[in-house]
Unconditional design. Structure first.
Length: 317
């Protein structure tokens, strides 16, 4: 209301975008908050929105400065718990714990006091006082059965503190209670329960997982199957050689029979006469002292063989 109409509309549009994007797109929400802060840095609502946008992206020092400025402008203590949490984010848990004991805490409503208690418990854990963190969270609000906007977060913080000190069974019970009260899905109590139970969720429609499955190498055959395949290949390679060996053996076995069964062609009469004369000469050479007894019959045999030859055509002798 303190800004000109056109400027007020521009600032309001940026603040609306901060509110829409703060949970899902904190970086974009932070950019819109910076634009609104440049347009109207003296408006408390703008400084508060800029503080939450900076807190959402982890810029705790910047967020604390914006929250302090908004608190000075309004004089309101509602931002006290988140200011203490910024001290934790900056690595100063002792200052956050000190703020939990300040008089400003008494000015907070019930939701603010519960928030301050969770910040104090977190500071205790940052300082290594896990058992003290469990005690800090034990309060009437924790034991209440009514469901409030902060009930799920308080039960979740208590379950996480129990788990930090090794009280796993109790932690599981309070995670289940936090899930029961978490109607808006502000916590991951279901995932923590599944983790404690050893259950792992897999998205069957995840395209990245399907791509990874497709890229998996084909399983190599087992050793036994590989050995059987090698034996089969060796057998197929040896079959032609065995067949050739069998054929050669058969041929070698049949050769003597073939030689015996061959018909000996009769030699020509002239060849027989030549062989007979050679034999007679050998006989005569052996018996040099006198003529052989069978010489005349051999000569007569030759004359008879010659007489028995058929006369060739044109041979008048």
């Amino acid at each position: 209301m303190s800004l000109p109409k056109t400027l007020a509309e521009d600032v309001a549009r940026n603040l609306v975008m901060v509110a829409k994007l703060l949970d899902d797109e904190p970086e974009q929400a932070y950019q819109y908050a910076r634009v609104a802060l440049r347009l109207a840095s003296r408006v408390a609502a703008v400084r508060e929105a800029a503080g939450f946008a900076s807190y959402g992206v982890g810029k705790y020092s910047e967020a604390l400065a914006e929250f302090r400025a908004a608190r000075r402008m309004t004089g309101n203590s509602d931002l006290w718990p988140v200011m203490a949490d910024c001290e934790r984010g900056m690595g100063r848990p002792e200052r956050a714990l000190a703020m939990a004991g300040e008089p400003e805490v008494q000015k907070l409503d019930r939701a603010g006091q519960v928030e301050m208690r969770m910040v104090a418990a977190g500071a205790r854990r940052d300082m290594g006082q896990a058992d003290a963190a469990v005690v800090t969270l034990q309060s009437p609000e924790l034991a209440s059965h009514s469901i409030q906007p902060w009930t799920a977060r308080l039960r979740y913080a208590y379950a996480d503190a129990l788990l930090a000190v090794g009280r796993e069974d109790e932690a599981r019970e309070w995670f289940a209670k936090a899930l029961e009260a978490d109607q808006g899905g502000t916590t991951d109590a279901s995932d923590r329960l599944a983790e404690l139970d050893g259950v792992e969720f897999v998205d069957a429609l995840d395209p990245e997982q399907e791509a990874n499955e497709a890229l998996k190498p084909v399983a190599e055959p087992k050793v036994e199957e590989a050995e059987e395949a090698e034996v089969e290949e060796a057998q197929t390679d040896e079959e032609p050689e065995d067949a050739e060996d069998e054929v050669e053996e058969l041929q070698s076995d049949e050769e003597p029979e073939t030689v015996e069964s061959e018909v000996v062609e009769p030699k020509d009469a002239e060849d027989e006469v030549v062989e007979t004369e050679a034999a007679d000469d050998e006989v005569q050479g052996d018996d040099v002292e006198g003529p052989a007894e069978g010489a005349e019959p051999a000569a007569e045999a030759r004359s008879e063989e010659r007489a028995g030859r058929p006369e060739k055509d044109g041979d008048e002798s």
